[in-house]
Design a protein around this ligand. Structure first.
Ligand SMILES: C[S@@+](CC[C@H](N)C(=O)[O-])C[C@H]1O[C@@H](n2cnc3c(N)ncnc32)[C@H](O)[C@@H]1O
Length: 191
């Protein structure tokens, strides 16, 4: 689903970029993210700041996808040398099965009512042993954001506990989980 205007602007703010660079990526790295010489897919890459940060880690390949043209326009203007695709994450059929070592998500599944389908698709494109790194807000935080900022998230039954259960039921092992003030961060492995 497209972002509301207020969230679109917030995602391009200095504090969002600062948090991703100095907090989220380093925490994922401490949890085991190492993308050197790996094939990486970022889902919901937004304006491309994550692409810029991830590409500092020298992946073999990087593709960022997002459903929102306006986000990718910014990404392409800022980082013309990275690969971005307009694509709904509920359909990853354009990627070969078992072709990615790492799939990474910074706060996207709570925007997608069919989030289970996205997890199914991620399972399909990950190689056995591949890593799925995902951070998502908890239900209480989503409600707080909605109350104070009216970000207009879609109606969805998404929740991190449900996501955990679903990941396990679809053949992922949860290897690491970190609680942070606004998000819960996971490293899962495709078995
Ligand atoms: C909260 S923003 C996060 C953006 C970026 N990952 C970041 O951390 O700054 C959520 C992103 O998910 C994208 N998105 C929402 N629904 C999507 C879908 N079905 N498929 C792909 N991307 C989607 C939105 O366009 C938006 O860029």
């Amino acid at each position: 689903m497209k972002l509301s205007d207020i969230e679109f602007r917030a995602m391009d703010s200095w504090w969002r970029k600062w948090g991703q660079a100095h907090f989220e990526i380093p925490l994922f790295q401490r949890m085991g993210l190492d993308i050197r010489d790996k094939d990486v897919l970022e889902i919901g890459c937004g304006n491309g700041h994550g692409a810029y940060l991830l590409n500092q880690g020298s992946p073999r390949s990087y593709v960022g996808l997002d459903v929102m043209e306006e986000q990718l326009e910014k990404a392409r203007q800022r980082y013309p040398h990275y690969q971005f695709l307009v694509q709904d994450a509920t359909d990853l059929s354009q990627f070969r099965k078992a072709s990615r070592d790492v799939v990474i998500i910074f706060g996207v599944l709570h925007h997608i009512p069919e989030w289970r389908k996205v997890i199914d698709e991620i399972r399909g494109v990950l190689r056995p042993g591949g890593g799925f790194f995902v951070e998502e807000p908890r239900g209480m935080d989503l409600r707080l954001f909605e109350f104070f900022f009216r970000w207009g998230h879609p109606d969805s039954d998404f929740g991190v506990w449900r996501m955990e259960q679903y990941l396990r039921s679809r053949g992922f092992k949860i290897c690491n989980k970190q609680w942070t003030p606004l998000m819960t961060m996971y490293r899962a492995e495709r078995l």
